[in-house]
Design a protein around this ligand. Sequence first.
Ligand code: FMN
Length: 179
Amino acid sequence: MRLGYETPEEILNVLPLIEKYPVKNIAIHARIGKQLYNGGVNLDGFQQCVDNTKLKLYYNGDITSVAQFHKMQERFPTIDHWMIGRGLIADPFLPSMIKNNSSEYPSNKMELFSDFHDTLYAGYSESLSGATHILLKMHHLWEYFSVIFSNPHKVHKKIKKAKSIRNYEQAVREIVKEG
Ligand SMILES: Cc1cc2nc3c(=O)[nH]c(=O)nc-3n(C[C@H](O)[C@H](O)[C@H](O)COP(=O)(O)O)c2cc1C
């Protein structure tokens, strides 16, 4: 859930209703709908939820680094579940780095990234129909993936230039090989 659509107080009317049902947990993205992804997360808004419900809450929003995770952990000491969206797509190593409390990448980073990519690519190739849809989905994901490479702009450009499945697969092989 977000905090609301128009205002971050909207959720405060909804939480008591949800409390009547056997809900295991709620992940709250600490923004309002109207914001889309603009502006910062509203941490006071999330705190209001923590203070006003017995439901188990997971924090979600803008966790993009180990340092940022620690900040959130300090800010919300009672929260013990965290959800990561874009930060994980951009850096699939982030969850393990958080768990190991380290900002160091594994030595086989590219091999692991390549497996991660191939798993997603295989899944989308199966569930989407037609090269155009698959490539569109993968091109979009590379906006996020490219940030773990030393030259994100060059990497993203190379992917965008690949207009066929064959060219796309070749481009990915080259990018991964170059690291
Ligand atoms: C491209 C994209 C697709 C998303 N699709 C879904 C979805 O299908 N269901 C959902 O509950 N949230 C979806 N979200 C929202 C994320 O789960 C998450 O709540 C949001 O991105 C905020 O977390 P973050 O700052 O860690 O990315 C999507 C977000 C993005 C950027």
